[in-house]
Design a protein around this ligand. Structure first.
Ligand code: AMP
Ligand code: ZN
Length: 460
Protein backbone atom coordinates (compact mmCIF):
# COMPACT_ATOMS: atom_id res chain seq x y z
CA UNK A 1 0.00 0.00 0.00
CA UNK A 2 1.38 3.38 -0.89
CA UNK A 3 0.18 6.90 -0.30
CA UNK A 4 1.24 10.52 -0.48
CA UNK A 5 3.23 11.58 2.54
CA UNK A 6 2.94 15.35 3.09
CA UNK A 7 6.25 15.25 4.99
CA UNK A 8 8.31 13.94 2.06
CA UNK A 9 5.99 15.24 -0.69
CA UNK A 10 5.97 11.94 -2.54
CA UNK A 11 4.12 8.67 -2.82
CA UNK A 12 5.63 6.22 -0.36
CA UNK A 13 5.16 2.55 0.36
CA UNK A 14 3.59 2.21 3.81
CA UNK A 15 5.75 0.46 6.41
CA UNK A 16 4.51 0.06 9.95
CA UNK A 17 6.75 0.53 13.00
CA UNK A 18 5.61 -2.59 14.82
CA UNK A 19 4.65 -5.54 12.66
CA UNK A 20 0.93 -5.78 11.95
CA UNK A 21 0.06 -2.73 14.07
CA UNK A 22 -0.75 0.84 13.18
CA UNK A 23 -0.86 3.79 15.58
CA UNK A 24 -3.16 6.41 14.08
CA UNK A 25 -3.89 9.93 15.30
CA UNK A 26 -6.47 12.15 13.66
CA UNK A 27 -7.15 15.75 14.68
CA UNK A 28 -10.68 15.92 15.99
CA UNK A 29 -13.13 18.77 16.22
CA UNK A 30 -12.76 22.12 17.88
CA UNK A 31 -16.09 22.09 19.63
CA UNK A 32 -17.32 25.69 19.39
CA UNK A 33 -19.97 25.05 16.71
CA UNK A 34 -21.78 22.26 14.87
CA UNK A 35 -19.56 20.24 12.54
CA UNK A 36 -20.06 21.17 8.88
CA UNK A 37 -19.83 18.75 6.00
CA UNK A 38 -16.28 19.95 5.29
CA UNK A 39 -15.24 18.60 8.69
CA UNK A 40 -17.19 15.46 7.88
CA UNK A 41 -15.20 15.06 4.67
CA UNK A 42 -12.02 14.88 6.74
CA UNK A 43 -13.52 12.43 9.24
CA UNK A 44 -14.98 10.16 6.56
CA UNK A 45 -11.70 10.14 4.62
CA UNK A 46 -9.81 9.21 7.78
CA UNK A 47 -12.34 6.45 8.35
CA UNK A 48 -11.77 5.14 4.83
CA UNK A 49 -8.01 4.94 5.43
CA UNK A 50 -8.56 3.22 8.75
CA UNK A 51 -11.03 0.75 7.27
CA UNK A 52 -8.63 -0.11 4.45
CA UNK A 53 -5.80 -0.67 6.92
CA UNK A 54 -8.05 -3.02 8.92
CA UNK A 55 -9.20 -4.72 5.70
CA UNK A 56 -5.51 -5.23 4.83
CA UNK A 57 -4.93 -7.06 8.11
CA UNK A 58 -3.53 -4.35 10.39
CA UNK A 59 -4.61 -3.93 14.00
CA UNK A 60 -5.26 -0.19 14.19
CA UNK A 61 -5.18 1.85 17.38
CA UNK A 62 -6.96 5.10 16.62
CA UNK A 63 -6.87 8.21 18.79
CA UNK A 64 -8.93 11.29 17.96
CA UNK A 65 -8.71 14.31 20.21
CA UNK A 66 -11.45 16.73 21.12
CA UNK A 67 -10.29 20.32 21.35
CA UNK A 68 -12.55 21.64 24.08
CA UNK A 69 -10.32 24.59 24.94
CA UNK A 70 -8.69 27.03 22.52
CA UNK A 71 -9.19 30.63 21.33
CA UNK A 72 -12.45 29.79 19.51
CA UNK A 73 -14.19 27.81 22.27
CA UNK A 74 -13.26 30.47 24.83
CA UNK A 75 -14.55 33.27 22.58
CA UNK A 76 -17.84 31.46 22.04
CA UNK A 77 -18.36 30.83 25.79
CA UNK A 78 -17.64 34.47 26.57
CA UNK A 79 -20.04 35.70 23.82
CA UNK A 80 -22.79 33.53 25.27
CA UNK A 81 -21.82 34.32 28.88
CA UNK A 82 -21.77 30.63 29.87
CA UNK A 83 -19.06 28.31 31.23
CA UNK A 84 -16.84 26.65 28.64
CA UNK A 85 -18.25 23.17 29.27
CA UNK A 86 -21.79 24.40 28.58
CA UNK A 87 -20.66 25.30 25.05
CA UNK A 88 -18.50 22.30 24.33
CA UNK A 89 -20.68 19.41 25.51
CA UNK A 90 -23.46 20.25 23.05
CA UNK A 91 -21.06 20.23 20.11
CA UNK A 92 -19.25 17.10 21.29
CA UNK A 93 -22.62 15.32 21.22
CA UNK A 94 -23.37 16.72 17.76
CA UNK A 95 -19.96 15.53 16.51
CA UNK A 96 -20.55 11.97 17.72
CA UNK A 97 -24.08 11.96 16.27
CA UNK A 98 -22.68 12.92 12.83
CA UNK A 99 -20.03 10.20 12.97
CA UNK A 100 -22.62 7.58 13.88
CA UNK A 101 -24.93 8.69 11.06
CA UNK A 102 -22.03 8.58 8.59
CA UNK A 103 -21.07 5.05 9.65
CA UNK A 104 -17.62 6.14 10.86
CA UNK A 105 -15.95 3.48 13.01
CA UNK A 106 -15.41 4.87 16.50
CA UNK A 107 -11.88 5.71 17.64
CA UNK A 108 -10.36 3.73 20.51
CA UNK A 109 -9.97 6.92 22.56
CA UNK A 110 -11.43 10.42 22.26
CA UNK A 111 -9.23 12.34 24.71
CA UNK A 112 -10.43 15.80 25.67
CA UNK A 113 -7.91 18.59 26.06
CA UNK A 114 -9.35 19.84 29.36
CA UNK A 115 -8.84 16.37 30.86
CA UNK A 116 -5.13 16.32 29.95
CA UNK A 117 -3.82 19.59 31.38
CA UNK A 118 -1.25 17.87 33.70
CA UNK A 119 0.24 16.04 30.67
CA UNK A 120 0.54 19.34 28.79
CA UNK A 121 2.09 21.09 31.76
CA UNK A 122 4.62 18.24 32.03
CA UNK A 123 5.50 18.50 28.34
CA UNK A 124 5.93 22.28 28.52
CA UNK A 125 8.16 21.89 31.60
CA UNK A 126 10.33 19.45 29.65
CA UNK A 127 10.63 21.90 26.73
CA UNK A 128 11.58 24.69 29.15
CA UNK A 129 14.20 22.51 30.85
CA UNK A 130 15.74 21.51 27.54
CA UNK A 131 15.88 25.12 26.37
CA UNK A 132 13.38 24.85 23.52
CA UNK A 133 10.90 27.19 25.18
CA UNK A 134 10.99 30.45 27.09
CA UNK A 135 8.72 32.47 29.37
CA UNK A 136 7.57 35.94 28.44
CA UNK A 137 4.93 38.10 30.18
CA UNK A 138 3.40 35.12 32.00
CA UNK A 139 3.13 32.97 28.86
CA UNK A 140 5.45 30.26 27.52
CA UNK A 141 6.57 30.21 23.87
CA UNK A 142 8.27 27.61 21.72
CA UNK A 143 11.49 28.89 20.17
CA UNK A 144 11.31 27.78 16.53
CA UNK A 145 14.89 28.89 15.93
CA UNK A 146 16.01 26.01 18.19
CA UNK A 147 14.52 23.35 15.92
CA UNK A 148 16.43 23.06 12.63
CA UNK A 149 13.68 21.03 10.94
CA UNK A 150 11.04 23.68 11.59
CA UNK A 151 9.04 24.29 8.39
CA UNK A 152 9.75 20.90 6.82
CA UNK A 153 6.16 19.63 6.79
CA UNK A 154 4.57 22.81 5.48
CA UNK A 155 7.54 23.54 3.21
CA UNK A 156 8.10 26.94 4.80
CA UNK A 157 11.31 28.69 3.78
CA UNK A 158 13.64 29.08 6.76
CA UNK A 159 14.42 32.66 5.64
CA UNK A 160 10.85 33.64 6.33
CA UNK A 161 11.17 32.74 10.01
CA UNK A 162 10.66 35.86 12.08
CA UNK A 163 13.12 34.98 14.78
CA UNK A 164 12.50 36.61 18.12
CA UNK A 165 8.87 37.52 17.33
CA UNK A 166 6.14 35.62 19.14
CA UNK A 167 2.52 34.97 18.22
CA UNK A 168 -0.17 34.19 20.79
CA UNK A 169 -3.03 33.23 18.46
CA UNK A 170 -3.75 29.53 17.94
CA UNK A 171 -4.13 29.99 14.18
CA UNK A 172 -2.03 32.16 11.86
CA UNK A 173 -0.85 32.28 8.25
CA UNK A 174 2.45 31.01 6.85
CA UNK A 175 3.57 34.62 6.47
CA UNK A 176 3.71 34.87 10.24
CA UNK A 177 6.13 32.07 11.02
CA UNK A 178 6.95 32.93 14.62
CA UNK A 179 7.51 31.50 18.04
CA UNK A 180 4.14 30.20 19.14
CA UNK A 181 2.41 29.97 22.52
CA UNK A 182 2.60 26.70 24.45
CA UNK A 183 0.93 28.20 27.50
CA UNK A 184 -1.06 31.42 27.65
CA UNK A 185 -0.89 33.44 30.88
CA UNK A 186 -4.17 33.87 32.75
CA UNK A 187 -6.55 36.52 31.40
CA UNK A 188 -9.63 37.76 33.28
CA UNK A 189 -12.71 35.71 32.45
CA UNK A 190 -10.75 32.85 30.85
CA UNK A 191 -10.56 29.36 32.36
CA UNK A 192 -7.14 28.69 33.86
CA UNK A 193 -5.09 26.04 35.61
CA UNK A 194 -2.08 26.27 37.94
CA UNK A 195 1.37 25.49 36.52
CA UNK A 196 4.97 25.89 37.74
CA UNK A 197 5.38 28.64 35.11
CA UNK A 198 2.24 30.49 36.23
CA UNK A 199 -1.54 30.18 36.11
CA UNK A 200 -2.92 29.96 32.56
CA UNK A 201 -4.24 27.67 29.87
CA UNK A 202 -2.68 25.61 27.06
CA UNK A 203 -2.24 26.71 23.45
CA UNK A 204 -3.96 24.55 20.84
CA UNK A 205 -0.92 22.76 19.39
CA UNK A 206 0.47 21.37 22.64
CA UNK A 207 -2.83 19.53 23.19
CA UNK A 208 -2.27 17.13 20.30
CA UNK A 209 1.40 16.53 21.14
CA UNK A 210 0.58 15.66 24.75
CA UNK A 211 -2.42 13.47 23.95
CA UNK A 212 -0.90 11.58 21.02
CA UNK A 213 2.18 10.82 23.11
CA UNK A 214 0.09 9.58 26.01
CA UNK A 215 -1.99 7.15 23.94
CA UNK A 216 0.35 6.19 21.08
CA UNK A 217 3.85 6.81 22.43
CA UNK A 218 6.44 9.33 21.21
CA UNK A 219 6.79 7.76 17.73
CA UNK A 220 3.82 6.42 15.79
CA UNK A 221 2.75 5.55 12.25
CA UNK A 222 0.12 7.85 10.77
CA UNK A 223 -1.22 11.31 11.54
CA UNK A 224 -4.09 12.81 9.55
CA UNK A 225 -6.20 15.94 9.27
CA UNK A 226 -7.46 18.45 6.74
CA UNK A 227 -4.96 20.55 4.73
CA UNK A 228 -5.65 23.58 6.92
CA UNK A 229 -4.04 21.64 9.77
CA UNK A 230 -0.64 21.44 8.05
CA UNK A 231 0.39 24.91 9.10
CA UNK A 232 0.81 25.91 11.81
CA UNK A 233 -0.87 23.10 13.76
CA UNK A 234 0.96 19.99 12.56
CA UNK A 235 4.24 21.81 11.99
CA UNK A 236 4.11 22.88 15.63
CA UNK A 237 3.14 19.42 16.86
CA UNK A 238 6.27 18.01 15.19
CA UNK A 239 8.49 20.70 16.71
CA UNK A 240 7.16 20.22 20.25
CA UNK A 241 7.15 16.43 20.18
CA UNK A 242 10.54 15.90 18.56
CA UNK A 243 12.29 18.46 20.77
CA UNK A 244 10.78 16.99 23.94
CA UNK A 245 11.33 13.31 23.08
CA UNK A 246 14.43 13.41 20.88
CA UNK A 247 12.91 10.90 18.45
CA UNK A 248 10.99 11.17 15.16
CA UNK A 249 7.33 11.94 15.85
CA UNK A 250 5.26 10.51 12.97
CA UNK A 251 6.27 8.50 9.88
CA UNK A 252 3.35 9.27 7.56
CA UNK A 253 1.28 12.46 7.30
CA UNK A 254 -1.90 12.37 5.23
CA UNK A 255 -3.98 15.47 4.58
CA UNK A 256 -7.39 15.71 3.03
CA UNK A 257 -8.21 18.63 0.71
CA UNK A 258 -11.10 20.92 1.51
CA UNK A 259 -14.72 20.66 0.60
CA UNK A 260 -16.11 23.74 -1.10
CA UNK A 261 -19.70 24.55 -2.05
CA UNK A 262 -20.84 25.50 -5.54
CA UNK A 263 -17.27 26.48 -6.33
CA UNK A 264 -17.06 28.86 -3.37
CA UNK A 265 -15.67 28.63 0.11
CA UNK A 266 -18.32 27.52 2.56
CA UNK A 267 -19.33 30.34 4.84
CA UNK A 268 -22.27 31.28 6.98
CA UNK A 269 -22.42 34.78 5.49
CA UNK A 270 -22.80 33.41 1.95
CA UNK A 271 -25.59 31.17 3.18
CA UNK A 272 -23.91 28.12 1.64
CA UNK A 273 -22.96 26.46 4.87
CA UNK A 274 -24.28 22.93 5.31
CA UNK A 275 -24.29 20.66 8.29
CA UNK A 276 -25.19 17.00 8.02
CA UNK A 277 -28.49 17.66 9.79
CA UNK A 278 -29.34 20.37 7.21
CA UNK A 279 -28.99 17.73 4.50
CA UNK A 280 -30.86 15.02 6.40
CA UNK A 281 -33.60 17.56 7.09
CA UNK A 282 -33.97 18.02 3.32
CA UNK A 283 -34.57 14.28 3.00
CA UNK A 284 -31.09 13.19 1.90
CA UNK A 285 -29.82 9.87 3.18
CA UNK A 286 -26.69 9.88 5.36
CA UNK A 287 -25.14 7.07 3.31
CA UNK A 288 -25.55 9.14 0.13
CA UNK A 289 -23.63 11.93 1.87
CA UNK A 290 -20.91 9.46 2.85
CA UNK A 291 -20.74 8.14 -0.70
CA UNK A 292 -20.37 11.67 -2.05
CA UNK A 293 -17.65 12.52 0.48
CA UNK A 294 -15.48 9.52 -0.38
CA UNK A 295 -16.03 9.46 -4.14
CA UNK A 296 -13.71 12.41 -4.88
CA UNK A 297 -10.01 11.69 -4.41
CA UNK A 298 -8.87 13.02 -1.06
CA UNK A 299 -6.15 15.23 -2.53
CA UNK A 300 -8.61 17.07 -4.79
CA UNK A 301 -10.99 19.85 -3.79
CA UNK A 302 -14.47 18.43 -3.45
CA UNK A 303 -17.05 20.77 -4.94
CA UNK A 304 -20.25 19.97 -3.08
CA UNK A 305 -23.53 20.43 -4.96
CA UNK A 306 -27.02 19.07 -4.34
CA UNK A 307 -26.97 17.61 -7.86
CA UNK A 308 -23.80 15.74 -6.94
CA UNK A 309 -25.57 14.42 -3.87
CA UNK A 310 -28.49 13.20 -6.02
CA UNK A 311 -26.03 11.37 -8.26
CA UNK A 312 -24.35 9.81 -5.24
CA UNK A 313 -27.76 8.62 -4.04
CA UNK A 314 -28.44 7.06 -7.45
CA UNK A 315 -25.09 5.27 -7.51
CA UNK A 316 -25.72 4.03 -4.00
CA UNK A 317 -29.16 2.69 -4.89
CA UNK A 318 -27.57 0.63 -7.68
CA UNK A 319 -25.49 -1.11 -5.04
CA UNK A 320 -28.43 -1.49 -2.67
CA UNK A 321 -30.67 -2.87 -5.40
CA UNK A 322 -27.94 -5.32 -6.32
CA UNK A 323 -27.71 -6.55 -2.73
CA UNK A 324 -31.46 -6.72 -2.44
CA UNK A 325 -31.73 -8.78 -5.61
CA UNK A 326 -28.95 -11.13 -4.52
CA UNK A 327 -30.84 -11.84 -1.32
CA UNK A 328 -33.92 -12.77 -3.31
CA UNK A 329 -32.56 -14.87 -6.16
CA UNK A 330 -30.91 -18.22 -6.39
CA UNK A 331 -31.70 -21.45 -8.12
CA UNK A 332 -30.53 -24.86 -7.00
CA UNK A 333 -27.27 -25.77 -8.61
CA UNK A 334 -23.52 -25.48 -8.63
CA UNK A 335 -21.44 -22.33 -8.23
CA UNK A 336 -20.30 -20.93 -11.56
CA UNK A 337 -16.49 -21.16 -11.69
CA UNK A 338 -16.18 -18.37 -14.22
CA UNK A 339 -18.26 -16.05 -12.07
CA UNK A 340 -16.20 -16.96 -8.99
CA UNK A 341 -13.03 -16.04 -10.88
CA UNK A 342 -14.53 -12.71 -11.99
CA UNK A 343 -15.50 -11.94 -8.38
CA UNK A 344 -11.99 -12.68 -7.16
CA UNK A 345 -10.44 -10.57 -9.91
CA UNK A 346 -12.78 -7.68 -9.09
CA UNK A 347 -11.88 -7.80 -5.40
CA UNK A 348 -8.17 -7.85 -6.22
CA UNK A 349 -8.59 -4.88 -8.58
CA UNK A 350 -10.62 -3.02 -5.95
CA UNK A 351 -7.83 -3.55 -3.40
CA UNK A 352 -5.13 -2.57 -5.88
CA UNK A 353 -6.86 0.74 -6.55
CA UNK A 354 -7.31 1.43 -2.85
CA UNK A 355 -3.67 0.56 -2.20
CA UNK A 356 -2.65 3.14 -4.80
CA UNK A 357 -3.05 6.29 -2.73
CA UNK A 358 -6.75 5.53 -2.11
CA UNK A 359 -7.97 5.68 -5.67
CA UNK A 360 -11.62 5.41 -4.68
CA UNK A 361 -13.09 6.15 -8.10
CA UNK A 362 -10.99 3.36 -9.61
CA UNK A 363 -12.09 1.02 -6.83
CA UNK A 364 -15.76 1.98 -7.23
CA UNK A 365 -15.40 1.52 -11.00
CA UNK A 366 -14.30 -2.09 -10.46
CA UNK A 367 -17.30 -2.74 -8.24
CA UNK A 368 -19.77 -1.23 -10.72
CA UNK A 369 -18.20 -3.19 -13.58
CA UNK A 370 -18.93 -6.40 -11.74
CA UNK A 371 -22.47 -5.28 -10.85
CA UNK A 372 -23.04 -4.37 -14.53
CA UNK A 373 -21.82 -7.78 -15.65
CA UNK A 374 -23.97 -9.71 -13.17
CA UNK A 375 -27.20 -7.68 -13.36
CA UNK A 376 -28.44 -9.09 -16.70
CA UNK A 377 -28.12 -12.65 -15.43
CA UNK A 378 -29.39 -12.21 -11.87
CA UNK A 379 -32.26 -14.66 -12.37
CA UNK A 380 -29.95 -17.40 -13.55
CA UNK A 381 -27.66 -17.26 -10.50
CA UNK A 382 -27.50 -20.19 -8.17
CA UNK A 383 -27.74 -19.63 -4.43
CA UNK A 384 -24.02 -20.40 -4.19
CA UNK A 385 -23.28 -17.67 -6.77
CA UNK A 386 -25.49 -15.20 -4.92
CA UNK A 387 -23.77 -16.00 -1.62
CA UNK A 388 -20.38 -15.53 -3.22
CA UNK A 389 -21.43 -12.12 -4.61
CA UNK A 390 -22.91 -11.08 -1.27
CA UNK A 391 -19.60 -11.99 0.38
CA UNK A 392 -17.85 -9.79 -2.18
CA UNK A 393 -20.11 -6.81 -1.43
CA UNK A 394 -19.52 -7.34 2.27
CA UNK A 395 -15.73 -7.27 1.79
CA UNK A 396 -15.84 -4.19 -0.38
CA UNK A 397 -18.28 -2.50 1.95
CA UNK A 398 -16.05 -3.16 4.95
CA UNK A 399 -13.80 -0.55 3.32
CA UNK A 400 -16.37 1.82 1.82
CA UNK A 401 -18.88 1.69 4.67
CA UNK A 402 -21.71 2.83 2.41
CA UNK A 403 -24.22 0.12 3.29
CA UNK A 404 -25.62 0.05 6.77
CA UNK A 405 -25.27 -3.31 8.54
CA UNK A 406 -29.00 -3.99 8.35
CA UNK A 407 -29.43 -2.75 4.78
CA UNK A 408 -31.95 -5.20 3.42
CA UNK A 409 -33.22 -3.27 0.45
CA UNK A 410 -34.79 0.15 0.24
CA UNK A 411 -35.37 1.94 3.53
CA UNK A 412 -38.91 2.71 4.61
CA UNK A 413 -38.25 6.42 4.12
CA UNK A 414 -37.17 5.79 0.52
CA UNK A 415 -40.28 3.74 -0.16
CA UNK A 416 -42.44 6.52 1.27
CA UNK A 417 -40.63 9.03 -0.91
CA UNK A 418 -41.23 6.93 -4.04
CA UNK A 419 -44.90 6.56 -3.12
CA UNK A 420 -45.16 10.33 -2.74
CA UNK A 421 -43.65 10.71 -6.23
CA UNK A 422 -46.22 8.29 -7.61
CA UNK A 423 -49.03 10.24 -5.92
CA UNK A 424 -47.71 13.43 -7.48
CA UNK A 425 -47.62 11.79 -10.92
CA UNK A 426 -51.20 10.63 -10.47
CA UNK A 427 -52.37 14.09 -9.42
CA UNK A 428 -50.69 15.41 -12.56
CA UNK A 429 -52.46 12.68 -14.54
CA UNK A 430 -49.09 11.21 -15.59
CA UNK A 431 -50.40 7.67 -15.19
CA UNK A 432 -47.57 6.13 -17.21
CA UNK A 433 -45.02 7.50 -14.70
CA UNK A 434 -47.21 6.39 -11.77
CA UNK A 435 -47.38 2.86 -13.15
CA UNK A 436 -43.65 2.87 -13.77
CA UNK A 437 -42.97 3.72 -10.11
CA UNK A 438 -45.38 0.99 -9.00
CA UNK A 439 -43.52 -1.49 -11.22
CA UNK A 440 -40.10 -0.39 -9.93
CA UNK A 441 -41.25 -0.91 -6.37
CA UNK A 442 -42.78 -4.27 -7.29
CA UNK A 443 -39.41 -5.35 -8.68
CA UNK A 444 -37.96 -4.67 -5.25
CA UNK A 445 -40.63 -6.72 -3.55
CA UNK A 446 -42.78 -3.78 -2.44
CA UNK A 447 -46.48 -4.04 -3.15
CA UNK A 448 -48.71 -0.96 -3.12
CA UNK A 449 -52.29 -1.12 -1.94
CA UNK A 450 -54.64 1.72 -2.84
CA UNK A 451 -56.98 1.92 0.16
CA UNK A 452 -59.67 4.47 1.07
CA UNK A 453 -57.24 5.72 3.73
CA UNK A 454 -54.55 6.38 1.11
CA UNK A 455 -51.75 4.27 -0.29
CA UNK A 456 -50.35 1.55 1.95
CA UNK A 457 -47.45 -0.74 1.18
CA UNK A 458 -46.10 -4.09 2.27
CA UNK A 459 -43.12 -6.29 1.54
CA UNK A 460 -44.00 -9.32 -0.56
P1 AMP B 1 -11.72 21.94 13.31
O1 AMP B 1 -12.98 21.57 14.05
O2 AMP B 1 -11.77 23.26 12.62
O3 AMP B 1 -10.48 21.81 14.19
O4 AMP B 1 -11.56 20.87 12.12
C1 AMP B 1 -11.74 19.49 12.27
C2 AMP B 1 -11.20 18.79 11.04
O5 AMP B 1 -11.92 19.19 9.85
C3 AMP B 1 -9.74 19.09 10.74
O6 AMP B 1 -9.10 17.90 10.30
C4 AMP B 1 -9.80 20.12 9.63
O7 AMP B 1 -8.64 20.13 8.86
C5 AMP B 1 -10.99 19.60 8.84
N1 AMP B 1 -11.66 20.62 7.99
C6 AMP B 1 -12.06 21.87 8.33
N2 AMP B 1 -12.67 22.50 7.29
C7 AMP B 1 -12.69 21.62 6.25
C8 AMP B 1 -13.18 21.65 4.89
N3 AMP B 1 -13.83 22.71 4.39
N4 AMP B 1 -12.99 20.54 4.12
C9 AMP B 1 -12.35 19.45 4.63
N5 AMP B 1 -11.87 19.35 5.87
C10 AMP B 1 -12.02 20.42 6.70
ZN1 ZN C 1 -4.43 18.31 16.32
Amino acid sequence: MRFYNTLTRRLEEFREIEKGKVGLYTCGPTVYDFPHIGNNRAYVFEDLVKRFLIHSGYAVRHVMNITDIDDKTIRKASELGVPLSAVTQKFIDAFHADLRALNVLPADVYPRATEHIPEMVGLISQLLEKGFAYEKDGSVYFSIGRFPNYGRLANVEPESLKLGAAVSADEYEKEAVQDFALWKGKKPGEPSWPAPFGEGRPGWHIECSAMSMKYLGPHFDIHMGGVDNIFPHHENEIAQSECANGVAFVNFWLHCQHLIIDGQKMSKSLGNFYTLSDLLGKGHAPMAVRYLLIATHYRKLLNFTLEGLEMAAQALSRVKNFVFSLKNVGTEGEADAELAAAVQASLAAFQKNMADDFNVSGALGEMFDLIGKVNPRLNALSRADAANLLGYVERVNSVLGILEPDDQGPLDAEIEARIALREKARREKDYARADEIRAELKAQGIVLLDTPAGVKWKKE
